[in-house]
Design a protein around this ligand. Structure first.
Ligand code: THU
Length: 130
């Protein structure tokens, strides 16, 4: 399944709007109940107004009714094994679990798989059970 998510993330990355950074990123989410959602980074002439590929993918999941993120693949054509930024780690923590798998990819495939708990230990959450 990680390979499928990698493929979906590559396809999503092709839709990037990143003329300012020149750094295309794609992401693909698998929910616990088996749905997939993708996203690319979308930048803006007012630089701080852009957002990440993971955020676009989460938005699609939420607008389709929400869900729990079981796995996510992230890929960037110009990075050997991209990891989600700090803000996206917090967003992933909102809709995932410490055991959520995060596949760090490049164009060739999944380079490393880590858990969200490893990426964001002691995440801020409103509920104790998270
Ligand atoms: N970016 C992502 O889409 N995801 C990440 O996890 C890291 C950074 C984007 C934001 C910006 O459009 C570009 O990569 C350069 O930072």
């Amino acid at each position: 399944m990680a390979a499928d998510l990698h493929r979906l993330a590559i396809t999503a990355m092709a839709k990037t709007h990143s003329p300012y950074s020149g750094f295309p990123v794609g992401a693909a989410i698998l929910t616990e109940d088996g749905r997939t959602y993708t996203g690319c980074n979308i930048e803006n002439a007012s630089y701080p107004e852009g957002w990440c590929a993971e955020t676009t993918a989460i938005s699609h999941m939420i607008m389709d009714g929400g869900g729990v993120i079981a796995e996510i693949a992230v890929v960037a054509s110009k990075h050997p094994a991209i990891t989600p930024c700090g803000g996206c780690r917090q967003r992933l923590a909102e809709f995932g679990k410490p055991a959520t798998l995060v596949h760090l990819c490049n164009m060739d495939g999944v380079m490393e798989t880590v858990t969200l708990g490893e990426l964001l230990p002691k995440a801020f959450a409103m509920e104790d059970e998270k």
